[in-house]
Every structure is written in C-alpha cells, then in structure tokens.
Write a protein that binds this ligand. Sequence first.
Ligand code: C2O
Ligand code: CU
Length: 460
Amino acid sequence: MAPLLRMTSVVRAVCLVLGLGGCVGGGAEVESSVRGVQQGQELGEVPQVAVAEDLDPSDGVVRVRLVAERDEDGPFGVQYTYNGMSPGPTIRATRGDVVEVELVNALDAPTTIHWHGLHVPFDMDGVTWMGAPVQPGETFTYRFTVDQVGTYWYHPHFDTARQVDAGLYGAFVVESPDEPEVDADLVFVADSLDEHRGGDRHVAAGHGRNVRRWEVNGVEDGVVRVQGGQLVRARFVNVANHGYLYLNWDGDIEHIASDQGLLPSLQTPDHIGLGPGDRADVVWRVGEEGFDVWTEAYSLNGGLTYRDPIRLFRVEVDAPAPAPAMPDWPFSGLEPTPDPGYADIVYAFSGSDRTGTWRINGEAFPDVTIESFPAGEPRIIEVRNLSPSEHPFHIHGMGFEVLSVNGEAPAYYTYEDTWNLAIRDIVRLRVDSANRGDWMTHCHILEHAEDGMMTVLRVE
Ligand code: C2O
Ligand code: CU
C-alpha cells in the first residue's frame, strides 16, 4: 500500500538524540490524509520516554524511584503520573540484574505496582490478595532479579481500571547480551483516548467499546524520526483498558519477539494483534521511505469493524540510505508441544455488556475457587470463552505455552503471558512453573477484571 501522507514542508527542528535514537522537538506539516488527520495539520513528535535513572549505578543493582502523583494539567485532562510523566519512565535492565524500585505514593489513594509478565516473587507482585496496598504518603521498595528477556510493563494492581486509565503505566525492557545490537531501540506505549482518561472520570464496563483515538508515548498521531540505513527495534506495548490494536504499516512486518521474549523464528505476519496488556517487538530496517503505522479499527465485541483505520504515528526518514541487512537473532527454533487432548484445569469465561457482569467459572473475585498445582510439574489449562466479548487472558508469575486454539496447534512455538480469546475460542495452555505463590489469573480488560473476571492459580 502506498503511503497515504505526503510531506509538503517539513519543519526540521533540531533532533535531540535521546539515548539510543529517540527524537523530540519540532514537527511536520502534512498536506492531506485519511486516518483522521486534518489538512495541513501539524504533527507533533512522538518522544521516546525517558529511561528511569539508576540512582546508584556503582553496585550492579538497578535502583529506581517512582513517585506516583496526581497531575491536574495533563495533556488530556487530570491524570496520574510516575515522576510527573505518563507513560512513566522506561525501566531498562539486563538479564540477571537485581532491580530495586522504590514506590513513593504521593496520590490521595492507595496504590501498588505490578510487573506485568515478569516472574517476580509473590510478595513483590504488587497485588493485594493477602496483602495491603501502599497507602498515601507511604513508600514501598520492590526488589527482584530479572531472569527473563524482552518487553514488559508495570502498572498498579489496586483500583486497577481507574488508576491505569488515569495514566499509571510504563515500559520495562530487559535486554540480553546475546541479542544483536541495534541502532535504535524504541519503545511505543499505546493507550486509547476513548476510555475517559482522567483520575476522576473513569467509566465502567459497557462504554467506549469502539476505540477511535490512540496516543503513543503521550502523543496522538505524531511523527517518529529515524535515520536511513538504521536497524530499529520497535517495542509496542498496549496499555489500554479495553482497546485492541491490529497493527500494520506499509512494507514488511518483521516480528521478532512477543510477550516473553524472542519468538522461535522470525515471523512476517500481515498484521500484529495486540489486546490489552500485550507486547510485540518488531524490526524496521530503515531505507529511503517513511511509512504510516496504523491500527485497523477493532472491537472487543467481534474483531475488525467497518470503521476507518486509525493512524498511530508516521515514521519519517532523515538522510535516506539503503536498508541494512537483518542480523542474526538467537531464535530458539523450538517446535510447539503437542496438545495432549485433555485439561487439568478449566476456566470458562462468561458475561455480558448488558449486565456488566463478568465471571470465570461463574465466580467473581475474590469469592473464587483456588486451583493449584505443584511447583515444577506441568499442567494443562483450558480456557473457554462463552461470552459475546473477546478477553485477553493473563496469568501472573509465570508464562504459558499455547498448545492449541480451537483444536489447532499454533504455527510456531508460542510462549506468552497474555493471550487474546476471540468470541467462542477454546484454547489449551501449558504451564510449568517453580515460582510459588497465589497468582492472579484474569482478563486484562480491566473493567472485566474489576467486575470479577479474575481468579487465583496457586503454585504450591
Ligand atoms: Cu497487567 Cu494482573 O495485570
Ligand atoms: Cu474480559
């Protein structure tokens, strides 16, 4: 598909290179477009979010402070921030690092931080199942070792739908010394703007299902500048409460990593679906041409809709040059585990937008039956979606392999922590974890989880 925007005059503001190639300042004028952009509209730059400062780089522990506070003058109204920013600072660590995050609660409400996708010890998981949240004025220090690699994120797990909607989230990147160096490692945190963002204006289940506006790193429909000849790793995180991304751009999609790090092999899908909570890493081998990054309009009530696609941002190439070669990624080459055809644990998802009632096995958190399995013994979980809504299924504290979707094995080995169930889907998953604890297991549509679509999976 041809690019839908043509540059007329480009305001070439000085491009400050932030860290590994992010860019702020300036803007670009566009002549016309579809995807919701007005004639001649100035496009702001999509900044790279600042990387959290390591408060004491001398001792090998990544030590970060996050202050959660209320901001009356956010770009989209009242919002909650970490260190004055939404998204909060990106936390970057290397596999094997000890990470210590001091949460300072300067909000007028209790809060916590959950490390989405990271297999942290149970008492560091930021949940309030058998524990108290961090009260206003208090601090709490989370400490854990990261022994995974990939793109994760952090967010509160107390009054979660409202606090995440209000802006409390950030990316958490774990690098691996085994993966090839890139010229720019960019993080794109995408949130929907149709979710009544604002600490006071959260609207509960059943509203705003058609997401029409998105922001990326706090900017709606901006510009990302890259250099021709660069190898760019782009990490996408969907932090929306219920908005789905169905990502696409002009040119090939080279998909290298998903929720839990590198895929078993390079994938070249025709789009990437990201439900709430999901992540994907792709590679852009930048040549001469810019391109639009957009999402098809997608509704949790049944997938693609007739609405126009929504542009997330435009990628502009400074100093066009031939595209670089693809480096060698240390893909595992793993094959999918065969589905054994039975399940040890079954979770049936039911509910309805009419009633706003969302259940797992007919139960509402916290009045739930706790399923359990012994540490280190694999188990098969079947998740059935019986409701007229899609649900991104998420388990804390461990990853899971997807064995089958409606009886069919996935095309390649698929290891995730968040997996979307389309309407009527039946998926079988394999868990195998030695991480003891009472792990929240829930739908990542936060309004659904809040209403009760959340249970506990115990590793004993
Ligand atoms: Cu993003 Cu219970 O988590
Ligand atoms: Cu749901």
